[in-house]
Design a binder for this molecule. Structure first.
Ligand code: GLU
Length: 492
């Protein structure tokens, strides 16, 4: 493929949706794969939906996951949003005079017309159409006003919008990279507004003008924009421009096929990062949600470099893509296990801030704790719940928990008293020795593993479920372990 120029063109309306990150990832992969350019453009023509701070937030999310733009809006070294590139400005609200010029050109060529219909008329029209169960659409009321008359009314200060004149007797054929050939009979397409009365363009005009002027080669966007594509293709034709290639991606669905909620907590990339999903794992997961390399491959784990080599828009699935959180957890677990303990501990520190502060734990102790959990950890924010018992003087639990299901309090007490004396005499305190010695001792005393190891583990952790007693005792060390067993004996 020639060098691609691809743009990620979000509207700054708050948090970053996982679906948006998926679009950005596809864009980025195509840019890297072709030695091309990943451009970030801000589509803020709908000023009512603008949320202050969203651009900076978006850029910081992209930075955290490593998808930094090559051109357009980006962060400078002080963390401020700046614009770079020769096709700017890259923020649509700063390009109003450009859109105005092209809207005027469409008026002159007859591909657009002035519309003076009032809000009241349009509302009444819509209500009437809804009542009659008709398609709600503009009825072409101002289509045939002569250009001369329309210009005179505009000059006279009448309020207007500019609408696209969609030919009614034609079928537009669109070839989508993902969806293949799609036919749009144009008589079902509305004369959409291109320029609003406040002087702002609508998405339709702005996206076409910008994609052309910024020399975009591939438009990768959500399926919800597919019905708008014939309008855009018509605009390209009206201007005499050749259109970029389009790839319309399927919606992300939950595993049960319901639509992925729009609620921030479920879909905000920021929240996934805060929960301790590793950026590389999140990208790996997203890349394989709606794509695989085909040829029967069942590969699920891809490094970014491998994705750059193997990814192709043609192999994105046409069918819905499932956002399966269990799979995300599984992939995140794999990335967590692939980290060195040192690196993982560094990443975990912010999640254990209060535990560390209260217990003055040192780095070796922390690394041992993390090494213990590394095997089963799914996301970093789960850590405090799993390991807080390492950071308290004595764990807090109901005494009955110490008693194994096939035993009694008296027997339990007797057993762990004996065990305490035995462990007190042990010289070496690592997992292997503890395991060998204690298992041997259980056998010598004709006891069962359950009646000894259950209370031992509860005494050390205070939990129904935890890693095994030998590894926990090894991490806690001799002194803390013995103190916990002693306290368990006293409570029985
Ligand atoms: N601003 C649009 C959005 O946020 C972009 C659509 C496109 O990529 O053309 O969905």
């Amino acid at each position: 493929m020639n060098k691609a120029r691809v743009r990620f063109a979000p509207s700054p309306t708050g948090f970053v949706h996982v679906g948006s990150l998926l679009t950005a990832l596809y864009d980025w992969l195509i840019a890297r794969q072709t030695g091309g350019t990943f451009i970030l453009r801000i589509e803020d023509t709908d000023q009512k939906r603008f949320v202050p701070g969203s651009v900076e937030n978006l850029l910081s999310v992209l930075k955290k996951v490593g998808l930094n733009p090559d051109e357009g809006v980006m962060l400078d070294k002080d963390g401020k949003a700046v614009q770079k590139g020769k096709f700017g400005p890259y923020v649509q609200s700063e390009r109003l005079d450009i859109y105005r010029k092209y809207a005027d050109q469409l008026i002159e060529s007859g591909d657009a017309y002035y519309c003076f219909c009032s809000e009241e008329r349009l509302t009444a029209l819509r209500e009437e159409q809804e009542k009659n169960k008709q398609l709600t659409r503009y009825d072409g009321h101002c289509r045939d006003i002569s250009l001369e008359e329309a210009k005179a009314r505009v000059a006279g200060g009448e309020k207007y919008v500019i609408r696209q004149r969609v030919p009614q007797d034609e079928t537009m054929i669109h070839n989508d990279i993902i969806r293949g050939e799609v036919k749009f009979p144009l008589d079902s397409i509305d004369d959409s507004v291109l320029m609003k009365s406040d002087g702002f363009p609508t998405y339709h005009l702005a996206v076409v003008v910008d994609d052309h002027l910024m020399e975009i080669t591939h438009v990768i966007r959500a399926q919800e924009w597919l019905p708008s594509t014939p309008k855009h293709l018509l605009l390209y034709r009206s201007f005499g421009w050749s259109a970029p290639q389009f790839a319309h991606m399927s919606h992300l669905l939950n595993k049960d096929r319901s639509k992925l909620s729009k609620r921030q907590g479920d879909v905000a990339v920021e929240d996934y990062l805060t929960q301790g999903y590793l950026p590389e794992a999140l990208l790996n997961f997203l890349a394989t949600v709606g794509w695989n390399e085909g040829d029967g491959s069942e590969q699920e784990i891809y490094s970014l470099d491998e994705l750059i080599r193997k990814f192709s828009l043609e192999k994105i699935h046409k069918t819905a893509a499932y956002f399966d959180r269990e799979k995300l957890d599984w992939i995140n677990g794999i990335y967590i296990r692939n980290l060195s303990v040192e690196k993982l501990t560094d990443l975990c520190l912010p999640y254990l801030e209060s535990e560390i502060k209260n217990s003055k734990a040192d780095m070796t102790y922390l690394r041992n704790i993390i090494a213990l959990e590394q095997e089963r950890l799914k996301k970093l924010a789960d850590l405090p719940g799993l390991v807080s018992y390492f950071f308290v003087d004595l764990p807090d639990y109901p005494t009955e928990m110490l008693v194994w299901k096939k035993s009694t309090a008296e027997v339990t007490k007797k057993n762990i008293e004996m065990l305490f004396d035995f462990m007190f005499g042990l010289k070496k305190w690592d997992k292997e020795h503890l395991e060998k010695e204690i298992i041997g001792w259980i056998g010598d005393n004709k006891l069962t593993n359950g009646e000894v190891l259950w209370p031992l583990r509860v005494a050390l952790t205070g939990l129904e479920k935890s890693p095994g007693p030998f590894e926990v005792a090894a991490v806690l060390g001799r002194e803390k372990s013995l103190a916990r067993i002693k306290s368990a004996i006293e409570s029985l």
